[in-house]
Design a protein around this ligand. Structure first.
Ligand code: PLP
Length: 434
C-alpha cells in the first residue's frame, strides 16, 4: 500500500516511510492511496474467526508485503495481549473497555503496534540514531514510553504540559529510565505540539538525528485502532445496529472507527463526544470550522482545539458536510456535567468511569434520546482507567478508589524530567543529545 499526503504536494510513499516519517515532506498527514474493501466472506464470519486472525485480515492490505505475514501476526499478538471487555451496564448500553493495557489507556494499542513496526523497519546501518519525539496531553506519553520498552536502539522523547496531566500519567512518563526523556513544558498541549512540529521541520536537527513521530497522526498508531471496532462488533453477538460514542480529542480513535466502517464493518452511527473544546461538534452543527483557544478541563487528554486527525475524516467523506452529518453527531460537555455523570454512573449503575469515558457515555445518551432510538446497541468507548484521574473521580463519587497493582509500583518511583519553555531549548537539546 502506498500513502499519499493530504496536502497533496508529496509523492506517494511506502507504509515504511509513512511510519518512519510520521508527517509527509509537505507537512500533510498520510492517508492510504487506495480504498480497501474487506470480503463479504470475512465480514460474515466475524463471530467465528479467531481474534488475531481477524485483526490480521483487517490491517494486512494497509501494509501490503512490507511486513511478512508471520512477523505481522506476531506484532498483532503483542499489541492486543490484554483483555478488551465489552460490559453491558444498562439495557443495550455497553462500555467498550479499552483501558486494560500496560498503561491503562486505550493508546496502548496504537503505541505498541507502532513501536513494533518501527523496530522492524529501523535501519540498523544508519549513523543517525532513531529518536521518537512526541507531544502528549496526557495518555500518549506513558503508552508510547511503554510501547518502546524492549525495542533496542530507539530513543524516546516526550513533551507534556506542566501541571496539566494527572499524577499517574506523569509517573508513567517520567519513570522509565534513561532512554525515555520526559520534558515538562511550561505551556499547554498546543505549545508542546507546535514544538514537536517545529523540530520535524528543522533541517539542522534532522541532519543529526533521525526523528520520528508517535502522535496519533502516525499511520501505525492510527490504523490498529480499527481493531477495537471489529472486536467490539464481534463480541456483541446480536443483529441490532451498533452506535459508537467516542470521547475525542485529536480524533484519531473515532477516525479509525470511521475507517473500519469504510472498509466494510457495519456501524450505524458515530457520536463524537468532546469536552468544552468543541471545535468539531460546532463544525458539525453550524458548518463553520473555527478553533478557539484551548481550555483546560478535567478530561485533559481531550484538551485539543485543532484535532489533527479531522482532515482524515473529511477525506473519508470527500469533504462532504452532509455525509459527515449523516455519519457523525457531535456533543460537548462541561466539567460539571462530567462529574455529575461519574457520580450517577457510580450510584445507579455501580460503574466507575473516568472523566473521558463519562463524556462518551453522556454523548451516547444524548444522541439516543434526541433521536428516540431503541433496538440498537449503544456502545461508549471507555478510554482510560478511572485511577488515572483519581482525584476527579474520587471527588465525584465521594469515596476512595484503589490503585491497581501495576500502578502502585510506579507511584513510588522518583520523577525524572527536563523543564522547557520554548522551541529553542528543545532544538538545543536534540542537537547535542548524542
Ligand atoms: C487520547 C485520549 C482521548 C482522545 O483520543 P483521540 O484519538 O485523540 O481523539 C480520549 N480519552 C483518553 C483517556 C485519551 O487518553
Amino acid at each position: 500500500m502506498k500513502y499519499i499526503s493530504l496536502n497533496y504536494d508529496s509523492a506517494p510513499t511506502s507504509f515504511r516511510n509513512a511510519v518512519i516519517n510520521g508527517l509527509a515532506p509537505d507537512k500533510g498527514l498520510y492517508f492510504p492511496e487506495k480504498e480497501i474493501c474487506l470480503s463479504n466472506k470475512l465480514l460474515e464470519s466475524l463471530y467465528e474467526i479467531e481474534e488475531i486472525e481477524l485483526c490480521y485480515e483487517v490491517i494486512k492490505d494497509f501494509i501490503g508485503d512490507e511486513i511478512p505475514k508471520n512477523r505481522l501476526i506476531d506484532i498483532i499478538a503483542n499489541t492486543i495481549s490484554f483483555e478488551i471487555p465489552v460490559k453491558e451496564i444498562e439495557n443495550s448500553i455497553y462500555s467498550l473497555e479499552l483501558f486494560h493495557g500496560p498503561t491503562l489507556a486505550f493508546k496502548d494499542v496504537g503505541a505498541k503496534f507502532m513501536a513494533l513496526c518501527l523496530d522492524y523497519f529501523k535501519d540498523n546501518n544508519s549513523s543517525k540514531k532513531m529518536t521518537v519525539l512526541v507531544a502528549t496531553s496526557g495518555d500518549t506519553g506513558g503508552a508510547v514510553a511503554n510501547g518502546f520498552l524492549g525495542t533496542k536502539d530507539i530513543d524516546v522523547c516526550i513533551l507534556y504540559p506542566k501541571g496539566k496531566i494527572s499524577e499517574v500519567q506523569e509517573k508513567q512518563i517520567t519513570t522509565n529510565g534513561s532512554f525515555v526523556q520526559a520534558i515538562e513544558v511550561e505551556g499547554d498541549f498546543d505549545l508542546c505540539q507546535s514544538m514537536v512540529k517545529n523540530a520535524f521541520n528543522d533541517y539542522n536537527i534532522n541532519k543529526k538525528v533521525s526523528l520520528t513521530s508517535a502522535n496519533s497522526i502516525n499511520v501505525a498508531r492510527w490504523l490498529p485502532q480499527m481493531f477495537y471496532y471489529f472486536l467490539a462488533s464481534k463480541r456483541i453477538e446480536n443483529n441490532y445496529p451498533n452506535i459508537f460514542s467516542v470521547p475525542s480529542g485529536n480524533f484519531g480513535n473515532i477516525c479509525a472507527g470511521i475507517l473500519a466502517k469504510s472498509i466494510g464493518l457495519s456501524i450505524e452511527h458515530f457520536v463524537a463526544s468532546t469536552n468544552i473544546n468543541d471545535t468539531i461538534p460546532r463544525y458539525i452543527k453550524e458548518g463553520i470550522y473555527e478553533p478557539l483557544k484551548t481550555k483546560s478541563t478535567i478530561s485533559n487528554a481531550m484538551d485539543v482545539s485543532e484535532p489533527s486527525n479531522f482532515i482524515r475524516i473529511q477525506k473519508i467523506f470527500n469533504n462532504d458536510l452532509q455525509k459527515i452529518r449523516k455519519n457523525i453527531s457531535g456533543y460537548s460537555f462541561d466539567d460539571k456535567s462530567t462529574m455529575d455523570c461519574i457520580r450517577k454512573l457510580n450510584q445507579e449503575n455501580n460503574y466507575i468511569a473516568d472523566p473521558h469515558t463519562a463524556i462518551g457515555y453522556l454523548g451516547l445518551k444524548k444522541y439516543l434520546k434526541e433521536n428516540n432510538l431503541s433496538n440498537c446497541n449503544g456502545i461508549f468507548v471507555s478510554t482510560a482507567h478511572p485511577i488515572k484521574f483519581k482525584d476527579t473521580v474520587e471527588n465525584s463519587i465521594n469515596s476512595q478508589i484503589e490503585y491497581p497493582d501495576s500502578i502502585r509500583s510506579i507511584m513510588n518511583k522518583e520523577k525524572s524530567t527536563l523543564t522547557m519553555k520554548s522551541y529553542s531549548e528543545l532544538k538545543e537539546y536534540l542537537i547535542q543529545k548524542d
